[in-house]
Design a protein around this ligand. Structure first.
Ligand code: ADP
Ligand code: MG
Length: 321
C-alpha cells in the first residue's frame, strides 16, 4: 500500500475528514484553511504520544486512536475554546491494515464526540508515534489561561481525580481483577472525555484553568506559578472516585488523586459567587481548596496542618516538621 492509498483509505475517507461548513478547506491540499469568525481567536495545541512512553507498545488501535485525540482535545476544553479541527502526524513501523482500520475508527469516534474535523496530517515510517495538533476558537479575551487566579478564589476540579492513574496496573496487566469498577478506571484511561461543555461554561467566570495531565499537584503548581499566587488544596475535600475506593487503600487513593496524571479533568480557580450556578449545571464540580497570596501549592489536612507531599513523593506522604 502506498502512502497515498493509506491516507485515502483510512483518513481521507473517515467521517471526521468530510467537508464541514466551519472548515474553509479540509484534508487533501497543501494546507487546510480555517476561518475563525470575526472577533474570535484561534486556540492551537500540539501533543506527541510515543509508543512505550505514553502508551503500551502493544495496544488496541481503536483505544489508542480515541485516547490520542482526547488528550489533545482536552487542551482546547481547558482554554474554553470551541472545537474546530485537528491534524494528525502519524509515524508507523509498518502497515498493518487491521490495526490502522481500528485506529482510524477510534479516532473518528472521539472526533465525533468532540466535534473536531480531521483537516490534514503527515504519514511517515518509523517507531510508532503520533502528533496531533488541535484547533479551536474562542472569543477575543475570553480564553481561560493559567495566569489569572486571584487570592480569595475557590480552587475547583471537574470530577474525582486519580482514576486514570488507578487504571494503570490493570492496563499494564499487573493486576488481574475484573468488574464494573475496573471497567470504569480503564475507560477513564483509554477514553478520557474532554470537558468541553464545562470549559465553555467557565468563560467569563473562571480566573484560571487547565486540564490535569501531569497530576493535580503538579498542574496546580502551574497555575500558582503563572498567576503568582499560592494554591491551597484541602485534603479532606478531594472528591473520591467510587471505583478507586473499591480497589485501592485510602493512602493510595490520595496519592493517585494528588499525583497521578492522565485524567484530563479541568482544574480551575473561581470567584465564589459563580459556584452555585456552575454546580447547578455541572454537579460533578467540586471545591477542593482556595487561592491565597504567596507561592506554590500547599496541601492541608482537616485542621489546617501542612501535609504537602515531598517533591517526587509519589505514594510517600511525609508530614513536614
Ligand atoms: P505534502 O507532501 O504536501 O505535505 P502529503 O503527501 O504529506 O502532502 O499529504 C497529502 C494530504 O494528506 C495533505 O492534505 C495532508 O494534510 C494529508 N495527510 C497526510 N497524512 C495524513 C494523516 N495521517 N492524516 C490526515 N491527513 C493526512
Ligand atoms: Mg507531508
Amino acid at each position: 500500500m502506498t502512502e497515498f492509498e493509506l491516507i485515502r483509505r483510512y483518513f481521507a475517507a473517515a467521517r471526521c475528514a468530510q467537508p464541514r461548513k466551519d472548515i474553509a478547506l479540509g484534508l487533501g491540499d497543501d494546507c487546510a484553511l480555517l476561518m475563525p469568525r470575526p472577533g474570535e481567536q484561534l486556540a492551537i495545541s500540539t501533543d506527541t504520544l510515543t509508543a512505550g512512553v505514553h502508551f503500551p507498545e502493544v495496544c488496541d488501535g481503536f483505544l489508542l486512536g480515541q485516547r490520542a485525540l482526547a488528550v489533545s482535545a482536552s487542551d482546547l476544553a481547558a482554554m474554553g475554546a470551541a472545537p474546530l479541527g485537528f491534524t494528525l502526524a502519524l509515524t508507523l513501523p509498518d502497515v498493518d491494515p487491521g490495526w490502522l482500520e481500528r485506529f482510524a475508527q477510534g479516532l473518528d469516534h472521539m472526533a465525533a464526540a468532540c466535534g473536531l474535523a480531521l483537516i490534514g496530517g503527515d504519514t511517515t515510517r518509523g517507531p510508532l508515534s503520533l502528533t496531533l495538533t488541535v484547533f479551536g476558537s474562542v472569543p477575543h479575551m475570553q480564553a481561560l489561561t493559567r495566569s489569572g487566579a486571584q487570592p480569595g478564589n475557590l480552587l475547583c476540579v471537574g470530577g474525582a481525580p486519580g482514576e486514570a492513574g488507578g487504571a494503570l496496573p490493570f492496563v499494564l496487566g499487573q493486576r488481574q481483577e475484573r468488574g464494573a469498577y475496573v471497567d470504569t478506571l480503564v475507560a477513564r484511561y483509554w477514553s478520557p472525555a474532554p470537558q468541553f461543555e464545562l470549559g465553555l461554561a467557565l468563560r467569563g467566570r473562571a480566573t484560571a484553568a487547565l486540564d490535569i495531565s501531569d497530576g493535580l499537584l503538579a498542574d496546580c503548581g502551574h497555575i500558582a506559578a503563572a498567576s503568582n499566587v499560592k494554591l491551597i488544596i484541602e485534603n479532606e475535600r478531594l472528591p473520591v472516585s467510587p471505583a478507586l475506593a473499591a480497589l485501592f487503600e485510602p493512602e493510595q487513593i490520595r496519592s493517585l488523586a494528588m499525583s497521578a496524571g492522565d485524567d484530563y479533568l479541568l482544574a480551575f480557580t473561581l470567584p465564589a459567587q459563580y459556584l452555585k450556578s456552575l454546580q447547578a449545571d455541572f454537579p460533578q464540580v467540586g471545591v477542593i481548596g482556595r487561592v491565597a497570596s504567596g507561592q506554590g501549592v500547599q496541601v492541608q489536612d482537616a485542621i489546617g496542618r501542612d501535609v504537602t507531599p515531598l517533591r517526587g513523593g509519589y505514594q510517600h506522604f511525609a508530614m513536614k516538621p
